[in-house]
Design a protein around this ligand. Structure first.
Ligand code: GLU
Length: 449
């Protein structure tokens, strides 16, 4: 790993002193700051204008109480959050996560990543993130509806199609977006594109559910192409089993690869024959069941289930971590390399620990950061916003073509920026530099905001 530029080190130190408990946020900032030293050195104006101090501080944060009633009549109280991280490039844009593990530091980390990711898409999107420590697992539809209505009742004055446009993330899918949208529409007395991931018959875009996974597969194909190779006939390890893992499994299989693992909080399944056809459809059944476990898959298709283990010890050519932050540690990274993995495509946000990242970056394999390879989800949201504001809907094929073009462009952008910085082939350096320059230049253009 590089050592940081003195200005980067100084800003990171003050941030660490100020928010020492926000570990994932500090980890995300550190990763970016290690990459952008060369730019900060070349452009002293960034230091003069205090761009780093400004870019790591969210523009605004809302924290609110979310009381709701369960089916037995008991009242529960959760905390809601919305971090508007940066609006230099467009309205705040990013998902809502409903999961018991979240807190403000997690949303700051996700909002910061989102800002740079959204910049890479080339679309007019700022960065934001939010959600709640509410756990939707094992809750009835009515309880989810109650929760979403209460959440939106507090959030709605602060969002809007030109201000802040939330979407889904972990624990927030089509059902939740529907309830949130309905409540916004009722309170605001306006039907407008305030959320993305909407149903296809009421303002949604084709391919939004598939987009993140499909885009990651397109990105992987571009990475492999640099070595004259492709996903065809590759053995692929995937973690997670939700929407993103489903999109990856679908597209990788279409492109000739064989997906052999899925994972959940309970462990992972190993299906050496490949997860395709009805097995991919079964992923949707598992998700709908609200059980949060993959063992059901092993029982259904009679394959091995490894309780409390992660899939990174299985021999594979390509790995797609699709679950959550820091799901891959140093030992996992070493196992992947030992077993012949040649390409790691991050699909979750920051799935590798700092140590795992260092191991993978020091190896000669292809390795991409989530902010580049998972950008198709938010890119498709950007396309949904464009369709909403022009009151038209593109066909599935049109959306797919635009998404693929965006992913090919991001891939090229990363490689070009990395080469210019003297780190040829380093997708992390390339993504961080390209995203940062775009946001920083816009902030400079807007003056001291
Ligand atoms: N949650 C997704 C992401 O992390 C999608 C965000 C969006 O569509 O706004 O990129």
């Amino acid at each position: 790993m590089n050592s940081p530029h003195p200005y980067c080190a100084q800003v990171l130190q003050s941030l660490t002193d100020k928010y020492p408990w926000e570990k994932p946020f500090l980890q995300a900032v550190n990763e970016v700051f290690l990459s952008i030293g060369v730019i900060v050195e070349k452009e002293p104006i960034f230091k003069h204008e205090r761009i780093l101090e400004r870019i790591v501080e969210p523009e605004r944060i809302f924290i609110f109480r979310v009381p709701w009633r369960d089916d037995d009549g008991n009242i529960h109280v959760n905390t809601g959050y919305r971090v508007g991280f940066n609006s230099a490039l467009g309205p705040y844009k990013g998902g809502l996560r409903f999961h018991s593990s979240v807190n403000l530091g997690i949303f700051k980390f996700l909002g910061f990543e989102q800002t740079l990711k959204n910049a890479l898409t080339g679309l007019p999107l700022g960065g934001g993130k939010g959600g709640s420590d509410f756990n939707p697992r094992n809750r009835s539809d009515r309880e989810i509806e109650n929760f979403c209505q209460s959440f939106m009742t507090s959030l709605y004055p602060h969002i809007g199609p030109n201000t802040d446009v939330p979407a889904g993330d972990i624990g927030v899918g089509a059902r939740e977006i529907g309830f949130l949208f309905g409540q916004y529409k009722r309170l605001k007395n306006a039907w407008e594109g305030v959320l993305t991931g909407k149903g296809i018959d009421w303002g949604g875009s084709y391919l939004r559910p598939e987009a993140t996974g499909f885009g990651a597969a397109y990105f992987a194909e571009e990475m492999l192409k640099t070595q004259g190779d492709s996903l065809d006939r590759k053995t692929v390890a995937v973690s997670g089993f939700g929407n993103v893992a489903w999109g990856v499994a679908t597209k990788v299989t279409q492109m000739g690869g064989k997906v052999v693992t899925l994972s959940g909080p309970d462990g992972f399944v190993h299906d050496p024959d490949g997860i395709d056809g009805e097995k991919i459809d079964y992923m949707l059944t598992m998700r709908r069941s609200n059980h949060d476990r993959v063992e059901d898959y092993a029982q259904q298709f009679n394959v091995d289930f490894h309780p409390a283990k992660k899939p990174w010890g299985v021999a594979c050519d390509v790995a797609f971590p699709c679950a959550c932050e820091n799901e891959m540690d140093e030992d996992d990274a070493r196992d992947l390399l030992k077993n012949g993995c040649r390409c790691v495509v991050e699909v979750a946000n920051m799935p590798a620990t700092q140590e795992a990242m260092d191991v993978l970056l020091e190896s000669a394999i292809l390795y991409s950061p989530g902010k580049a390879s998972n950008a198709a989800g938010v890119a498709c949201s950007g396309l949904e916003m464009a369709q909403n504001s022009s009151k038209i809907r593109w066909t599935r094929e049109e959306v797919d073509l635009r998404l693929r073009t965006i992913m090919v462009d991001i891939h090229e952008t990363c490689l070009r920026a990395a080469a210019q910085a003297g780190h040829t082939g380093n997708y992390f350096t390339g993504a961080n530099i390209a995203g940062f320059i775009k946001v920083a230049n816009a902030m400079m253009d807007h003056g001291n905001t």
